[in-house]
Ligand binder design. Structure first.
Ligand SMILES: [Zn+2]
Length: 85
């Protein structure tokens, strides 16, 4: 059975690589902040569409990997209007 601890975003030092992390993004339509689970197992840039949890309009989610940090790759997650892509 999986330990639930692995689901928390602040468990970097447990030695287990997580497959996803939660990031806070702001909806470009209704400007509500929300937490989004992002698959970080690939360690590469991603772009996909996900519906806003509040207004249900399609957000373009951009995930960029920043490997310049000392403590391993970090991720920058942005939500944009779908039509901006
Ligand atoms: Zn929204």
């Amino acid at each position: 059975m999986e330990k639930r601890l692995a689901c928390w975003p602040f468990s970097f030092n447990t030695g287990h690589r997580m497959l996803s992390e939660d990031f806070q993004v702001q909806c470009p339509y209704c400007f509500e902040s929300q937490w989004l689970g992002v698959d970080t197992s690939l360690a590469e840039d991603q772009s996909y569409v996900e519906d806003c949890q509040v207004c249900c309009r399609p957000m373009q989610i951009l995930v960029r990997v920043d490997e310049s940090g000392d403590s391993g790759p970090s991720y920058v997650v942005e939500a944009r209007h779908e039509n901006d892509a």
